[in-house]
Write a protein that binds this ligand. Structure first.
Ligand code: IPE
Ligand code: IPE
Ligand code: MG
Length: 248
């Protein structure tokens, strides 16, 4: 095997796409230009992931906390999202990629929600890759929503002894029990999780790069994937146990 060959890709990749603002600033451009270029990186990365056999890609596109940004910036991000959804619908369909969304979607402007729902609906049979956009997403909110759903469930059963188990809790999250991310990439040099998939990332490998999101392309992605395949995931076991398991 050559050291630059991809032989083991993560089944599920999650990305915190960060650094659009700094990219624009470094070029004396308005922040919006950074976001616009950032959406081109999204297109490249989605294509590369589906070509390399990644089964799930989850992108942090807009956090619950991002609502606090200046009104004009939020409005341009929403416009970009709407354009992306309308423009990419046919391509996703053609490439058998099914779109999903997680987050407090009811807070999105109606026109964005409409495009989103249409694209989710149109692409729902795609079986090559699931592309999930985290929009108006906050992981603590997701956990609270799930816990409250459990309380309502116990009350409706009139059963104070009803308990969650790990599997049911996982299935009742916005991610509905789908596979957890194997690898998390964050661009732009920040080393934090920023309220993203706190439950689901419990055993993910973390990869941080200084590259700003508008500069992130297939080459950068490959670098992250090569690093991932060199890691040994132990899930609490010893290296000996892992190596034995691989050879049997
Ligand atoms: C990521 O880039 C995009 C969103 C959060 C929507 P930023 O806009 O956070 O860029 P920086 O961190 O200011 O450079
Ligand atoms: C996280 O990026 C959210 C997205 C990438 C959508 P931010 O740039 O908003 O994160 P913080 O606030 O710097 O942690
Ligand atoms: Mg940022």
């Amino acid at each position: 095997m050559s050291e630059t060959e991809l032989i083991k890709v993560p089944q599920h990749l999650a990305i915190i796409m960060d650094g659009n603002g700094r990219w624009a600033e470094s070029k004396n451009l308005p922040r919006l230009e950074g976001h616009r270029l950032g959406s081109e990186s999204v297109e490249k990365v989605v294509e590369a992931c589906s070509e390399w056999g990644i089964k799930e890609l989850t992108l942090y596109a807009f956090s619950q906390e991002n609502w606090q940004r200046p009104t004009e910036e939020v409005a341009s991000l929403m416009d970009l999202l709407k354009i992306f959804l309308a423009k990419k619908r046919q391509k996703l369909l053609k490439n058998k990629i099914s779109l999903k969304a997680i987050g407090r979607l009811e807070l999105l402007p109606e026109s964005v929600l409409r495009e989103l729902t249409q694209t989710i609906e149109a692409t729902r049979h795609g079986d090559r890759m699931i592309l999930t956009l985290a929009l108006s997403y906050g992981s603590r909110q997701e956990i609270i929503d799930t816990a409250n759903q459990g309380i309502r469930h116990a009350m409706s059963l009139n059963d104070p002894a009803w308990r969650f188990d790990e599997k049911t809790f996982d299935e009742w999250l916005y991610t509905e029990g789908r596979t957890a991310p194997d690898l998390l990439i964050r661009t732009s040099g920040e080393r934090r999780i920023s309220n993203f998939l706190l439950w689901q990332l419990a055993y993910a490998e973390l990869y941080f790069t200084e590259t700003l999101w508008p500069d992130f392309d297939e080459k950068e992605l490959k670098k992250a994937l090569l690093e991932y395949q060199s890691r040994e995931r132990r899930f609490g076991k010893t290296p000996e146990q892992i190596q034995k398991g691989q050879s049997s």
